[in-house]
Design a protein around this ligand. Sequence first.
Ligand code: 0X9
Ligand code: ZN
Length: 820
Amino acid sequence: MAVGVSSAVVLGLNTPVSTAAENVLRADRAVARSCFAGVLPARTAGVDRREVASTVDGLVQARLAAKDGGSGDWDVAVFDKTTGKLVAASTALGSRELAESFVTKGQQLVVQGCRYAGDARSVVLGVDFLALTPQGTPTPGVTAETAPERAELVRVTTADQQDKNKLLGLGLDVTEKADATGVDVVIAGEADRKVLRESGFRFEVLNPDLSATSRENARKDVEFASRTERTELPSGRTSYRHLWEYNYEMKELARKNPKLVRAFTLPNPTVEGLDVVGVEVATNVANTADGKPVNLLMALHHAREWPSAEHAMEWIYELVDGYSHDREIRGLLERTRNIIIPVVNADGFNISREAEPKGDFSRFDYEMKRKNCQAGDSPEQFRTGVCKANPAGAQRGTDPNRNYAGFWGGEGASTSWSGETFRGSTPFSEPETRNIRELVSNRQVTNLMTLHTYSNLVLRVPGVFGTRPPLDEPLNKALGDLMASRNGYTSQPSWALYDTSGTTEDWSYWATGGYGYTMEIGLDGFHPQYSTGVVAEYLGQAPAQGAGKGGNRAAFLDMLKNAATPEAHSTLVGTAPRGYELALRKSFQTPTSPVRQPDGTTKPAIYVQDTLNSKLEATGGRFTWAVNPSTRPYVAGRYGRDPQGPVQQSVQLANPEGVPAENRRFPSDPTGDRIPFTIKGMPEVDNGKVAVTINWGTPATDWDLFVVDADGQVVTSSASGDTNSETAVLYDPPAGEYTAVVVNYSQANPATPDDWSGGRVEFAGPVPATYGPKESYTLTCKDRRGRLVGLTDVFVDRGQTVDVGAVCTDSARATKQRKR
Ligand code: 0X9
Ligand code: ZN
């Protein structure tokens, strides 16, 4: 058994390769350099290495562990001895490293350890080889459909929100490409195809061979990198980074800019034992309790969404470069703190990025993995093995973007361990979501953006329709629209696509009041060609929708400027002696959704306790503290409006003469009855809701209903099967001319058509706003010896500045707030 290593692997065996004595790497000096750039000559300062031959066809794992709890930063890299090519590397901030990749039996390897920083002269090395059954061979006792299969992209027609929820519930790989009439879904193989067929959904194939597209993209990426010296990206990067490059670049940026950049490890390592790394960028970066607003940009909750992490990484370079070259960015870095976490799901990304072969799409296709590496919820026989090679393949894991507490357990998440949107066993059951939760709970994160791919969207809360928008809806919309004006994306609330529960900002926003957005970068796939998905989208160049508008870099700048705007969040001012510590605390519980069960029933909501606790280190005299509003949006109330006029009279839709021919391809085939109608507006009427309905005789006949605006866009639809009516709904519709298109999908008996009738448009007023109670923070002050010297409640709204006075020294006054 190699020292410091233990892995139980169902698909392989754990083979010791060296004795304990050989397992300690030593270097007298620390040298800050890349360990993975190449094999360094023997006896180079700061380096030690071992040579091993692989005993298996399978995986090599090279681990480092600190010796005797020593502090220091060692990195590790594994090379093929013959070619000198890099096999795997690991570059975390400390000395706990795991480099893992595929090797063949007999392959000669060089394992190189590098002492990057710190005073640990030695570190423990463990090397393991894990034999794998060849891909596609079922493990004994495990039935698996493993042969590479035909993967395709299909467009599934959905009638309405309820239908979308039903589709989501199937656990298929549903993309964000969705509108009023349907959703794009990745069909990985026969099993998925069967699920879709048996569900009764109608679909049309958009890309019959996703594997070919994937291989083609990989080939073009190699080509692009070889003919491009440097891109216009802030880093000049020409290809997708590996996990070790992200971590290494972050620590190099911190080393080279110690006053401006701080690299840190998030509190929870991943299931596989990887550290998750982030950076903070601000003037005087070390003083994290200086009261400046925190702007958080993170990416890669989903393993295969590589461009998202690239965008986050480029933004770090943008800020660092901007500090010395751009007055505006310099000013913003003086007024805000920026936290960037490029790879939230480190396990998943590492697997997806290193996977071979590309474009397989079988259950063992790790390139298209979405989730994390959680195995605790899998059936017994799938619970073992390292994540790169386990009997459940890429099906293993929890969807980190369904595991946050916000409305957890509701629609739009899978209850099954193998579903692509599996919500996890409980809210925050995963290390990845706990990392973000702890960060957001302990800092005043006034602005949060989480990057995903794909579909060109700027999404805001809520993700679940039934939640109704928060009172901040107009502000949330304004900032979302502004960012969308830079990248050309569609700005809308998340629910407008379909319900999703347990997503990042549906926890962070409703619990803290910090703005929260999801951006879905790009239009063609989870990791399209680097030149389009990263370079063009980031910079705003053709073929990106943001060409000439500034691109995502400009959108990120809008977010940062918003963070720097006091009117956008809340502010506490007061005075405190130097070295005193102020703390702002709030503890509350929020219900999840009623928890959906696999059998369709629901169990009561779970009450999840959150504690928000942030600190300010007084510098003496007056302080300014940028904070989120004290009242949670969850209790503050819901956005709505009081009716400004009467509701419009209902309108009858007359069925034109004759029955249109059967048509299963609307809107590509426009055949159908067309009945124009008018939706009126202010000052005459105030419509909050419009419902268009048709009826017919037998559910065996199928009519579909679409509503098209004056530009010919389908704005809503209703296209269910097995019913004898359809109702299509629109909320807060713009006044104008519309057309109801009634499509004859199929007739029970074409000889005697069952024509539709009873067509009508009905109107309802807007839903008025509701207002909840106000919540407070508890503000405390401790003196330099840690004694509590001040305590008061603080109520502060968005845009408001509250003077808490001399809270540390004058507690009588401290209890009285004074609004400036
Ligand atoms: O499903 C997700 O987690 C996100 N989309 S992705 O394709 N990147 O996986 C977006 C979640 C928010 N979207 C909706 N509420 N529809
Ligand atoms: Zn995603």
